[in-house]
Design a protein around this ligand. Structure first.
Ligand code: SF4
Length: 128
């Protein structure tokens, strides 16, 4: 079975130490599972997708098919996602194994965005 995540969930998951207890227990469980897949699986296939993903679907900030986080709504999140895609040199719909994603990300991280503009950089192990 193929997993699907939006760009910043693939890219940032292994580096962010910040937890979001306000997003609820279900969110925490799905996020833990995603971190396990992205961080330590080898052959599991992951497709990069546009818009809300399986993590967003259990997040209390999601309304219908949109992120409505007070820190940045769906349009803002899509802008960050697009910057990450460009930084990695990939396009939506690409599928790689978890190990291949880690190899690509480790070759490119940190992106300029990580060290200069990301609001979470003080809690990030590659940008902070
Ligand atoms: S809905 Fe927004 S805040 Fe929630 S996981 Fe998705 S992008 Fe993050």
């Amino acid at each position: 079975m193929k997993e699907q995540f939006r760009p910043h969930h693939i890219f940032c998951q292994r580096f962010l130490t910040l937890r979001f207890p306000e997003r609820g227990e279900e969110y925490a469980g799905v996020k833990r599972r995603a971190l396990d897949i992205i961080g330590s699986h080898d052959e599991t296939l992951i497709e990069v997708i546009e818009g809300v993903d399986q993590i967003c679907r259990v997040c209390l900030n999601r309304k219908a098919d949109r992120c409505e986080s007070p820190k940045g709504n769906e349009e803002a999140v899509r802008k960050w996602d697009a910057i990450i895609l460009k930084g990695l040199g990939i396009t939506y719909g690409e599928t790689r194994t978890a190990k291949q994603w880690r190899t690509l990300i480790d070759a490119k991280a940190p992106l300029d965005l990580c060290t200069s503009r990301c609001a979470y950089r003080s809690t990030c192990t590659i940008a902070g």
